[in-house]
Structure formats: structure tokens, C-alpha cells
Design a protein. Sequence first.
Length: 161
Amino acid sequence: MSETIRVGMSQLVVAEAPTILVTLGLGSCVAVCIYDYLLKVGGMAHVMLPDSSLSNDVTNRGKFADTAVVDLVSALQKKGTAKERMVVKIAGGAQMFSYQGIDNQIQIGVRNVKAVEENLARLGLTITSRSVGGNLGRSVFMDLSTGDVRVKMLNSPEIIL
């Protein structure tokens, strides 16, 4: 029987099959899901902000795309995974609020997605599948037995990445 582990905001978790990693209610945040299909080991980071250099407090490295991506890949490699077997999928980055043009100027969701993409590319990793943008929140379920990432959005059919 599989265990479900919840990945909270600004957290990252690495586990192995038959675990299911879950993050609920992603808005502008981005779930970074990386899976090694040979070892059936994977991890998820719930990225909240694009860049740690803009913060005075970087103690929670899972909060920022630039530090969370590096730490997630490092944690997976410590479990024996290899970059050439890593399958990368991302979800989130919605623009949740657009009142009085404030979110249109900030565009945190768009910036989060771009930062995640850039940091993965810097490590030589390619995103194989994504569900990003729009204005709906997402919940993400990563099955470490199969590598499937299911994305649920309100009043929308489930997406399997």
C-alpha cells in the first residue's frame, strides 16, 4: 500500500515507490517534479518565489526556484539517481489575482515558471511535460511507482503529465 506525503509550501521531499507526493492548492507557486524511472525514486519541490537574491532570509531554500531546484537535484543524486534518467515535469505558475492591475505588474506565477525553467536548464535538465499558467489553482499528485504526475484544477478534467 502506498504512503502519501504532503509537500507543503516552500518544502521539498524526496522518496521512493510506492509513495505518492502531493501538493495542494498551487496558485502562483510551481511544483517541480523529478523522477528517476530506473530506481523509482522521485522528488517534488513547492517553489514559492523565483530568486533568493531578492530576500534577506534564505534559511528556507525550498522557497526559491534558484535554491530549491539545485537542492532537489542534489537530494535525488544522494539517493543514487542519475541526471540522464531524470524525468522533469512542472505544474503551477498561475496568475491568481488581477485586481486593479497589481498582479499584472508583479506576474509572480510567470516569473516562478521562468526561474524554474532557467535553473533546470542550468543543471542540464529538460522539462518533459508541464501544466503552467492560466488563472486556476492546481493540486499535484506524483506517483513514484509510475512517475505519473496528475494535475487537478477546479471544474477541469484531470491532466496526466
